[in-house]
Ligand binder design. Sequence first.
Ligand SMILES: *Cc1c(COP(=O)(O)O)cnc(C)c1O
Length: 645
Amino acid sequence: MGSPWDFAHPEAAQTISFAGTTETYDDDGVERTRWVPEWNVLAVPYNMMVPGYHNGRVNTLRLWRAVATNAFDLHTFNSGDYVQSVRAQTFAENISKVLYPEDSTPQGKELRLQQQYFFVAASIADFIENVLPDDFDLDDLPERVIFQLNDTHPVIGVPELMRVLVDEKKLEWDAAWAITQKCFAYTCHTLLPEALEVWSVDLLGRLLPRHLEIIYRINDEFLLEVRERFGDDEMLIRNMSIIGEHPYRSVRMAYLATVAGSKVNGVAELHSQLLRDNVLKDFAEMWPDKFTNVTNGVTPRRFLRLANPELSSLITEALGAGWTVDLERLRGLEALADDADFRERFAAVKASNKRRLSRVLEARGEAPLDDGHLLDVMIKRLHEYKRQTLKVLHIVSTYEGIVSGRLDVDDVQARTFLFGAKAAPGYGMAKRIIHLINAVGEVVSADERVKGKLKVLYPANYNVTLAESIIPAADLSEQISLAGKEASGTGNMKLALNGALTIGTDDGANVEIRKLVGDDNFFLFGMSEPEVEALWAEGYRPADFYQEDDDLRRAIDLIASGAFSNGDRTVFEPLVSNLLYDDRFMALADFRSYLDAQDRVDAAYADQDAWVRSAILNVARSGYFSSDRAMRDYLDRIWHATPVN
Ligand SMILES: *Cc1c(COP(=O)(O)O)cnc(C)c1O
């Protein structure tokens, strides 16, 4: 039935074109280029009101739906070919049907590029035609707007703005480029090379022929600049070119964004440093001032005030109102960490949040929580670099220790391991890991020998709504990516802000969380990023770690034996081989350090007074991770603007 808060504005629709050819023509003695597209769709805007928090303002979020320009071919319909008569409509509407369509097939890739261009072109056209006044001087555009490229998905907006300025508004190329460079800035969100988007020249040229020409010219002029600066270093030229040649000729969207953007930022201190040192090193040498950092933040209104009403009341009682818009005020809780009465009330809130989560889980048809368990949560997208598998190895190792009798069940801290994660539809290995978590969970949760001690929950359909129930209840926050792989993480911030202690690697924003909450209130483990590099350089052989660590070997052997797959050894064989002979994310290398850190967790949890004190200090010292602070950093460092209020 749609959403009651989507307001359609068909009168403000934009026509978005695709494919076709380009041609030059004589425009009163000036040679110009125009795009002669082959087909188009309509972009219909839907406005959504976004009210500010107690500030008297409402912003408009404008979303776009793709619809066919000729809704319906009546002639074809009357001839009886009903499928053909709605083909154009179905084709057009697919463009905005699913956000980020799966791109493991050529058709999926094409749809995804269509979607990226569709959203970006509609927004730019709408801005220029409907937001700017009619007589606006486009030379002043940088004073009026900045398009913050949120990852590489909207980078096709760079050649699109150039096309609008040069082909449609008839500006000189150099003037248009000067404007464009000031109107864009780029936020990079990854460190994984495979996540840096590239588009094959073949596809881009077919779908957006004029944009490909523009990209080539931007690249030609950029590479001339590189030659002027660094000489004719052909290796450097190949490395920095916006056009890559291997394994096929393609446009490197992150490079295009870096060349076009006035600023380039990473999303945590470590991430921004690794961008400068590795991923975009040559660009950082060329333009050191272009590179900056804005550490991510999370909104305290959703992730503390709304999600955790009981803790919010306790905080307001202690500190007064106002902390929701000035989160550094949480510092005032530090003194209360030593107040036994406050600790008791804080612990009661955590217990109440666990009961609430348990009811939410039951209402969703899941198993409830057990009393007295440490709630150990790993909630984030399923990805090998995040290392859900390392968490599974810890669970299997603890389980194996108990059933083999090497661990005394009475010495084990009762824990519920709660996973929340979805896999991308085309990511096979991630789906195998989901299968493994569920398989281990079924066996462990049902085994009488560990009953009451270990429980694994993996509720279906993890999303923000479920996160809002899990986060306030969590005791332990698992942030265990391989160092140098997680750009920032934001789940880590949400959990610390709600009084969960982190067990984590020195990665992403974990580094900053640990610095702020203090080493005594954070369980650090694993290799640092330089240690990871050193191990790669020396030659990483995961099987050596398997051979040398008895606990690790027993855990992996148990999975390989079919213990979690009804004796079928083939089910998890690809996963086990992957760990033993590839292990790109070094789960085996960090296993021992992780288990040691988990032992420290158990010991710390045994002293409830000290644990609750640490939890309160986590809340008190996480105010920095407010999205308000992040927005102010964007205003100061990138947009050079001031807040409206
Ligand atoms: C915050 C959040 C994330 C991001 O979690 P990370 O641990 O930073 O990867 C993912 N999914 C949902 C539903 C979230 O709320």
